[in-house]
Each structure stands twice: as C-alpha cells, then as structure tokens.
Design a protein around this ligand. Sequence first.
Ligand code: PLP
Length: 395
Amino acid sequence: MTVRAGREFLAIPGPTTMPDEVLQAMHRPALDIYSKEMVELTDGIMSDLGRLFATTGKTYIYIANGHGAWEAVLSNVLSRGDKLLVLESGRFAIGWGNAARAMGAEVEVLRGDWRRAVRPAEVEARLRADKEHTIKAIVVAQIDTASGVVNDVEAIGRAVKASGHPALYMVDTVASLGCMPFEMDAWGIDVAMSGSQKGLMTPPGLGFVAANARALQAHKRANMRTPYWDWSEREGSEHYRKYGGTAPVHLLFALRQAMDMLFAEGLTHAFRRHELLAEAVRRAVAKWSEGQVIGFNIAEPAERSNTVTTVLVGGGYDPAVLQSYCKEQCGVVLGTGIGDLHGQAFRIAHMGHVNAPMVLGTLGVIEMALVALKIPHGRGGLDAAIQWLGESVTP
Ligand SMILES: *Cc1c(COP(=O)(O)O)cnc(C)c1O
C-alpha cells in the first residue's frame, strides 16, 4: 500500500523546490540577446547579486553549476604552484580544493572534522605560522551540505584579519545565500561564489561569483585564466561578452522571478523563516534521538545549519531503506548521506522555497517511516516541531 499521489516532494539539498511563479516565468519565447530588455535584465540581476552577497564588488554570472563557479574563482585569482589553504568541515571546501589541485595549485588542508565547524583560532594560528606568506588564498563553505554544519565565516574573517596575512579569503555560499545572513564586504571576504538551484529556488545551471578590489588585483597576475571564466573577457558594455557567449535567457527569467519573490518577502524575513523551520526539524530529530538509533551528525547545537540537517542512523539500520519508504510509499525524497557519511545518514533539506506544511509534512512522513520500519525512536518528534512553531509563530 502507498499513500503517494500527485507531485513528488523534494526535501533534498538541491535542486530544491521551485515556486510555481518561477516555473511560469520561463514559459515564454526567448528574447533577442542584444535587445534592451535583455541588457536591462542582466544589469538588474548583476546588481541584485551584489545586494545578496552584500558587496560593492563586481559580480559575474556563469552558465555553470557550483563546480563551475568554483573553477571560475580559482582560475581568475591563482597561478600554477600557488598554495591554497582549504578549511575542512565536510565535503565541499575539500571538493573546491581538489579542483584547485587538478588545475595546478598546491593544496593544503587544515584538518577539521565532519562533526564540527571550522575553528577560527586554528585558522589564525596556521596563517601566523606562514611567515613567508606562501598561502595565496583560503577557501571555506559557509554551510557544508554534506555534514550539515554552518561555519561562522564572520569569525573566520576576523581571524584572517587578526593574523595580518594577505591571503585572499574566499567563501562558498551555494547552500546558504538567500537563506541566512552573508555580508561579504563587512566580513572581510574577498571572493564569494554561489549557484542558482538551492536557496535561490531557480533551476540548476547558473553559477555566481562576486569579487572585491583585492581579488581583481590578484586577477591581474593570475596565470590560470582561461577564456570562458576570465573576468577581463567580461569587461566592457557588450552584452554578449558578459556571458562569454549567448546569455542563458530562460534561466535569467527564472532567477529574476525568484529574486523578486525573495526581496518582496524581505531577506530578514526569509532568514527568520529558515531559522524557525530548521529549528522545527531539529526539535523533531532531537525527540527521535531518544531511541538511541537516530542522531545529529553535528555535535554542537549552535553549529547545525538552517538549510540542511544531516541525520545519523545507527544500530545496524540502513538509511536507504527509510529513504526508499519515504519516496515510494509517501512521495517525499530525502537527501542521501554523502562522502564519509555514505550509508550512515540521510539529510533533510529545508532551504529556499520552504514553508510550514512542507517541513511538517516531511517530518510527519519520516516519523511514519520510523514507525512502519520499526526503527527505535523517541515518540512525538512531529509534535515537538508543532509545539515549537506554535509557540514561535504567533498572530
Ligand atoms: C551543492 C553544493 C556545491 C556544488 O554545487 P553543484 O551545483 O552541485 O556543482 C558546492 N558547495 C556547496 C556548499 C553545495 O551545497
């Protein structure tokens, strides 16, 4: 027996649920890529990207996913043989570092742990020890979508500054932009990158980069530059060059709509919505954890992100069986454990176009799966989530 029908619900950390308005925004003919309307669309989006990243620096749009945006950043600021310091807290900064190594950089990983955030003091100590300034850039993910951790990139920025080290500070915001505060300029971040398909509620296929004056200075010396990614190739007023070729017209229609929705809601409100819904998820997981089989991957409550929760499954139970029940019987798709957590965890995404019924529905389905599969768990997870939201969201 199943109780699924209609639209399958994605609770995975990307691509996320797209609002109907975003889907509809793409249902129209293409525009002439040289038309005034198109040029204005690009100008508006580029300036709104600056607003999202909170920077007065330059912004760039690539027809690429997050991996492409990583490569865009690296190729524009590094030279072969430059040393990159990777701050580990899961999978994604490591992945960015792997790309840099393949492109000819020397990569050093500041060892972290899949169960906790990067420690700013360790970053400062490592930079202070680099007296010769061999480290040219530092990369970190604001939220690591594999471990579910949120890094305090503001505090890491302070640590970089306190060390007096000149390395560029570069942050991956693929799983956090539009979902939680990010202040590129105020936090001393030189380069930030993101993608369209997570908090920004848009189809996969757009990669975003923002660069400040220090990064543009480093760009002049960088020898990893290649034509498509190259910031200099995108200079000037010619619209065609802003995309290194044809503009991704329909993805831009979608992004425009998604940004309009985000700004109409208000960023502060959107951040608070994420915080409230994430806490609802955590209240439920905390209850289930009382059965000693389910648990949080991130040990410290304050380091659990507001966009994705990584849930460990122990006691010999297979998370894939639970995920399969949720999908096949109920039509809810959960994220799978990836990297070090393969076969040991599932992930609940709560980023982008999410609301109370989506989150409560997802939690209800997971709790239903725990019952159906006889996985030991503390009762009342959904009830704890409802209690939290009922107390926090008042008329
Ligand atoms: C999803 C993700 C990426 C990779 O993005 P793709 O679009 O899959 O290439 C990079 N960093 C973080 C933090 C992510 O969550």
